[in-house]
Design a protein around this ligand. Structure first.
Ligand code: AMP
Ligand code: MG
Length: 371
């Protein structure tokens, strides 16, 4: 895939206020969580129907195109159940009801752990991404992410008594990390095609970098079963799924958050049909202590927040899981290696650099409108 680089630094110095409200959804844009609401003031019968709720530690926003409000409500309820179930039964490392939690408990056992077909596929994809990203993306960082308590952070909220883990603690935790030390073997759960996972003692999976991606995949499968829903946009924190079309046939418009002012967007992606859009950035989840900002994307070599010239990366592609994984990987790799990696997966990428430069792939350029 051929890419070219373009500088749009004027975007970030422009005085004009950006209008995220004119987009169907702003990637990672903060909104107030609240109870589900009916349609967004479009009258009782026409839709679209809009819902806001929370799941997987993030705000979930949905815009649903169906003929009847009742159908939209059923769909949004099913989606919320699906997200809660995904956390509870599959990917949470805290809840002992989840498969990841049980897999982590099996670390060090000679028998290994029989994975479900779904988690087998997910981990296989994650291992491939680990290899292709030269180790930058690594879902075995559990021992380290726990030291930082990342899942307790929000964007910039003060945490009582936060202090970064010492280098010695990090070095010790890193001994338990590394996808190269994990093994997936044939013959998993009950001969159903699932794989068996072998992890050394102390290793822990952290699927935080792909959780929203898996959620987008599941939402897509649900949509495939709901022909009455003809269009939808679902936003889960930094990941957004578009599906189908609006009743009036206009394209989707998705805002990309400005890392320098997260109440604004740097531009809008105009998209037709089904897409996944994931953004990773140092402004999404972080904590500050003694004037230092610690963000949530860790460098597997040091166990510390990745030192990067990048403030945010947005990936655009059809596949949800890879989209989410790639945005995390590309943040660490930076634009040159990151563009190459995204290109290997047929994904489009946009990087917002620390000096305000915007670097994007050719396909991204075609749907991006500067604000
Ligand atoms: P995202 O917001 O999708 O970029 O994912 C960030 C989350 O992934 C963090 O909160 C961690 O749980 C986890 N994580 C942090 N660093 C890495 C890394 N280098 N590779 C894979 N997962 C990571
Ligand atoms: Mg991610």
């Amino acid at each position: 895939m051929k890419h070219f680089f373009r500088t749009l630094s004027s975007v970030l110095t422009a005085a004009a206020l950006l209008c995220c409200g004119c987009a169907d959804m702003g990637a990672g844009k903060a909104v107030q969580p609240g109870a589900q609401e009916g349609n967004g003031g479009h009258g009782d019968s026409a839709g679209p129907w809009r819902y806001t709720d929370t799941a997987m530690g993030t705000v979930v926003q949905m815009t649903v195109y169906t003929e009847r409000q009742e159908e939209a409500e059923t769909f949004s309820g099913q989606t919320m159940e699906l997200l809660a179930g995904l956390e509870r039964e599959e990917i949470s490392w805290r809840l002992d009801t989840s498969e990841v939690c049980r897999a982590n408990e099996s670390a060090g056992s000679a028998q290994g752990f029989p994975l479900s077909v779904e988690l087998s596929a997910l981990l296989s994809d994650c291992l491939e991404l680990w290899e292709r990203s030269e180790g930058a993306f690594d879902v075995t960082l559990g021992a380290v992410t726990r030291l930082w308590n990342i899942d307790q952070w929000a964007a910039g909220e003060a945490l009582e008594d936060f202090s970064p883990p010492s280098e010695e603690l990090l070095a010790r935790a890193l001994e338990h990390c590394g996808s190269g030390r994990l093994r997936l073997a044939e013959e998993g759960a009950a001969g159903d095609g699932g794989l068996r996972l072998y992890m050394p003692e102390g290793m822990g999976l952290d699927l935080g970098a792909v959780g929203k991606g898996l959620a987008m995949e599941k939402a897509l499968a649900l949509l495939a079963d709901r022909p009455d829903v003809t269009g939808a946009v679902i936003s889960l924190g930094g990941s957004i799924l578009t599906y189908g079309s609006k009743t009036e046939g206009a394209p989707w418009r998705v805002g990309i958050v400005d890392p320098f002012d997260t109440s604004d967007s740097i531009g809008i992606l105009t998209l037709e049909g089904q897409w996944c859009i994931s953004t990773s950035g140092d402004y999404e989840r972080y904590v500050e202590a003694d004037g230092v900002r610690y963000h949530h994307i860790l460098d597997p070599e040091t166990g510390a927040p990745a030192v990067s010239d990048v403030r945010g990366v947005t990936i655009l592609m059809k596949d949800g899981l890879l989209c989410d994984g790639l945005s995390t990987a590309c943040y660490i790799l930076g634009p040159e290696k990151g563009m190459d990696l995204a290109g290997q997966y047929g994904a489009e990428a946009l990087f917002v650099m620390a000096d305000g430069e915007i670097v994007m792939s050719e396909g991204m350029e075609q749907c991006f409108t500067e604000q």
